[in-house]
Design a protein around this ligand. Sequence first.
Ligand code: F6P
Length: 330
Amino acid sequence: MHNGTKKIGLLTSGGDAPGMNACIRAVVRTAEFYGHMVCGFYRGYAGLIENEMDALTSRSVSNIIQRGGTILQTARSKEFMTEEGMKKAYGNLKAERIDSLIVIGGDGSFKGALEFNKRYPQISVIGIPGTIDNDLYGTDYTIGYATAVNTVVEALDKIRDTASSHNRLFFVEVMGRDAGFIALSTGLSGGAEAILIPEHKIEISELVEMLENSYRRKKRSSLVIVAEGDERGGAIEISKLVKAQLPEDLFDIRVTILGHIQRGGAPCCQDRVLASRLGVAAVEALINGKNAVMVGMKQNEIDYTDLEKAIKHHVDVDPEMIRIAKMLSL
Ligand code: F6P
């Protein structure tokens, strides 16, 4: 290691997302391109605390750009949010002479990175948005979202086939924690009759009316997309509430919870490109002396947002999407 060589710690944290591997590859190869080194920590902050790591080289990230999940594995570490946990992590980084940390994850992971940086400012931190939820301020898209919505749309098309064969009403629950981005874009693309998202509440009576209207317009099958963050519960709960208000036997109701299939699978082209660009940008940001920022992509250009802002600010769903989804479901 010669003077000026950086030693960068890298980890993936929170829920995994397709494209995280492509991003790991980009970080490692960009660092190597500029003559720097990368140590990959396993299982997110847990590995940082336990000092479970490996030096990563261009060869160790060969053949991973197409793989879902994360070769570094991931976790949600409660211990890291404690003073003791951070102290251990810092001790390990110091012993390895690592001067910076790149964290690929969602806002929970960025909270940890920011707290750590405040306590130990000698370690620069850069965040890369990696979550299927697409709910981070400061980037148009997060790594994994495009693949996840493609997975959902593929599933919706299949459900539509069987729904229309049997004249059934399906409630399909999709992921997104507290955000309706996955539900809204997949509901629009899957031609859903209704989309329930936490950001735009539809009363059960209103939903029942919509379904009865579509029945009157001779629609015999319907798909209702339910974002898991709906405060009344998930698709099972909603289906029960609707059933209680619908005239007897109007619809034969079924429920599908798509669950973790939304998180797996080979990343699509869009996610591989995004992950590669953000991985390169994160290393270049460190080289240019940036700290405590998230690298994001806005209107196809790299952009930097203070982690503080990325965490605090909320991203709103586009009301235009809600308007057109409703109009086109007639
Ligand atoms: O944040 C990604 C996400 O998939 C959310 O959409 C979902 O609520 C959550 O993670 C599920 O987490 P877990 O895999 O821990 O059940």
